[in-house]
Design a protein around this ligand. Structure first.
Ligand SMILES: [Zn+2]
Length: 451
């Protein structure tokens, strides 16, 4: 009965007063969906949530906030509206839904979201509204999930809809579905003026640091990372960062590079914006099926005015180092390494379990990896000081790259002593504009980040 129209009647518990959903209404508590797909792609929030409203072109938008939180209604409405208006303008001004519902769960801690046809659900920590940095990230998330109403829910990989709900649906295109969305989400909050250039650069910086810290980028391509998400990305193990990459962060950086590549090759006439718009036109022409990987490349090449075989071979299908610095250079931006070269670290992540300091990750390229510390080793002492989570930093302070230290561990209940020479810490990069910028660099920058 997948194609059948269905009616849903909600019987609320006595003290619950409100229903928020993307479903169309027949009456206050009766809704309908044209088919099964729409029904299950429309979550319902039921309770006593705070519902805010705004209109764009006469179309109603509902922001449903569940749970206590330290926010101001008018700021939320204003910021959400700006994001929505910017994206609607981007796709030509026509709104593809009859109403939209933002469902926000205010929780103690945590975050994340999931897109739906004309709604999304996201989480944010109730007390974090006053932290500017965290609130910016939340706006990035709102922009991300909202952008999905185009990129994923409508412009979608061939494999993702109509779905076969009986099995996992595999696609090699999540680096477009999620990676490009991760590129555009922050760009939109910059373009609509909710953040400034420096704040925008910080988002790119975080993605760049995330990708460059880990050797996984040399082992798994974007295309493979997309395909393996069912068994890898959402089932991360301790070795994840050494062997795999995120199609979100690397996908966003490759989208940024591709954007600059197109701008550069078209004398600043075209960009990835144009690619997105053509893909949306494709969807409007034939809504029954999504894009193939080949179609994406074809559209990029037509906008670019020349083939992109090498680009795809190296950065989509391959594991070549991504030359982010070089691309940022075309836009008059530079990358600096801000790591304190006098400091050293063990290159592990650890946590306390039953009073023991246990290694939960050993990072490829770090000292511990090189000298044989392992996942699940208990660190007992460093240079004869008993260690715990709190004092490990002070024990390591003053120890420089090249110095040798003595670590005593317990592995599977056996005591071992390991000497290791500390290596430089994993680099931390900062992105800023160059001191001297040529006219061409400025033109590229303006085409990318107008505002
Ligand atoms: Zn997403």
């Amino acid at each position: 009965m997948e194609e059948c129209r269905c009616v849903l009647t909600v019987e609320l518990p006595k003290d619950w007063k409100k229903i928020s959903t993307g479903l169309n209404k027949i009456s206050e508590d009766v809704f309908y969906a044209d088919n099964y797909d729409i029904l299950i792609d429309s979550p319902l929030e039921m309770g006593n949530q705070n519902i805010l409203e705004f209109e764009i072109q006469g179309i109603k938008h509902f922001i449903c906030l569940t749970g206590e939180g330290k926010y101001k209604d008018e700021i939320i409405i204003n910021d959400f509206r700006k994001i929505a208006e910017e994206q609607i303008k981007f796709f030509g001004g026509k709104i593809p839904y009859e109403h939209y519902t933002f469902i926000i769960h205010l929780v103690e801690k945590g975050g994340g979201g999931l897109e739906h046809l004309n709604s999304f659900v996201a989480q944010f920590a109730r007390l974090n509204f006053s932290d500017e940095n965290l609130y910016r990230k939340f706006l990035g998330l709102v922009s991300h999930e909202y952008f999905h109403l185009w990129n994923v829910k409508r412009i979608r990989p061939f494999e993702l809809g109509p779905f076969d709900y009986n099995k996992e649906n595999y696609t090699k295109s999540l680096w477009i579905a999620e990676g490009w969305t991760s590129f555009f989400d922050n760009l939109f909050i910059r373009r609509c003026g909710l953040i400034n250039d420096e704040e925008y650069f910080e988002f790119i910086e975080n993605e760049y640091n995330d990708v460059m810290r880990f050797k996984g980028r040399f082992h798994q391509s974007l295309s493979e990372s997309s395909f393996d998400t069912w068994i890898k990305f959402y089932r991360k193990d301790e070795n994840f960062s050494n062997t795999q990459i995120s199609y979100y962060t690397k996908g966003a950086l490759v989208a940024m590079m591709l954007n600059i590549e197109i701008i550069k090759n078209t004398n600043c006439e075209k960009s990835l914006d144009d690619v997105m718009r053509i893909l949306y036109k494709d969807y409007e022409k034939d809504r029954s099926k999504g894009y193939t990987q080949e179609r994406i490349k074809e559209v990029c090449e037509s906008v670019n005015g020349g083939e992109l075989n090498e680009f795809w071979k190296m950065y989509v299908y391959g594991t070549d180092e991504i030359p982010v610095e070089e691309y940022l250079g075309f836009a008059g931006m530079e990358v600096t390494d801000t790591t304190n070269s006098a400091s050293a670290d063990l290159g592990i992540e650890s946590r306390t379990e039953n009073g023991k300091l246990i290694i939960i990750k050993v990072i490829d390229g770090g000292s511990s990896y090189k000298y044989g510390l392992n996942f699940r080793d208990e660190i007992i002492s460093v240079n004869n000081f008993r260690v715990n989570e709190e004092n490990i930093k002070s024990i390591l302070s003053g120890i420089k790259p090249g110095d040798e230290i003595k670590v005593i561990i317990s592995r599977e209940g056996l005591i071992k002593e390991i000497s290791l020479t500390l290596l430089k810490p994993i680099p931390k990069f900062k992105i800023k504009r160059m001191e001297i910028i040529t006219d061409l660099q400025e033109k590229v920058f303006q085409k990318w980040i107008p505002g």
